[in-house]
Design a protein around this ligand. Structure first.
Ligand code: DAT
Ligand code: MG
Length: 152
């Protein structure tokens, strides 16, 4: 197998996850459609059932929060889709496309506002994740796509 091309470090990238709820509901295509229609470019894509270890690392900033355990359990319970997206100001742009964290309150027109809702569970199901800053994006891409950022 050829080694995949590494990401261009001069360009901006973010990590998007189509969470287990979004993947199970068949919303992967719709989320990717919105990202591509906006003009951003997909640079990495994989279906994966993430381990507890990976998710504890991914959500390290939330360790100690009351929702942490439920969040990690939900995110590791079923497959998800991980995506690296490229474009100028893509980190902010994806956050705008996603909408706010609570899907009941997320604005119509956003992914969470249009596709997410409260299903009465003890954890929040909001379809997507997007990195919240350049520091987070770099850390998260290295966690989920080490093959795109370093030579093995
Ligand atoms: P976001 O996913 O919008 O970046 P976040 O980083 O603050 O939000 O939280 C990560 C995830 O954790 C979020 O998508 C859903 C869950 N979460 C956040 N705050 C929560 C809360 N108060 N109660 C339950 N789950 C929460
Ligand atoms: Mg976050």
């Amino acid at each position: 197998m050829p080694t995949p091309d590494l990401l261009d470090s001069h360009k901006e990238h973010t990590l998007v996850l189509i969470k287990p709820d979004g993947f199970a509901r068949g919303l992967t295509g719709e989320v990717l459609r919105r990202i591509e229609a906006k003009g951003y470019v997909l640079k990495g894509l994989k279906i994966k059932q993430a381990s507890r270890e990976l998710l504890e690392e991914h959500y390290a900033e939330h360790r100690g929060q009351h929702f942490f355990e439920g969040l990690v359990q939900f995110m590791s319970s079923a497959p998800l889709v991980a995506v690296v997206v490229e474009g100028d100001r893509v980190i902010e742009g994806i956050r705008t496309l996603m909408g706010t964290t609570n899907p009941t309150l997320a604005a119509p027109g956003t992914i969470r506002g249009d596709l997410g809702r409260d299903w009465g569970r003890s954890y929040v199901e909001n379809v997507v994740h997007g990195s919240d800053s350049p520091t987070s994006a770099e850390r998260e891409i290295a966690l989920w796509f080490p093959e795109l950022v370093e030579r093995s």
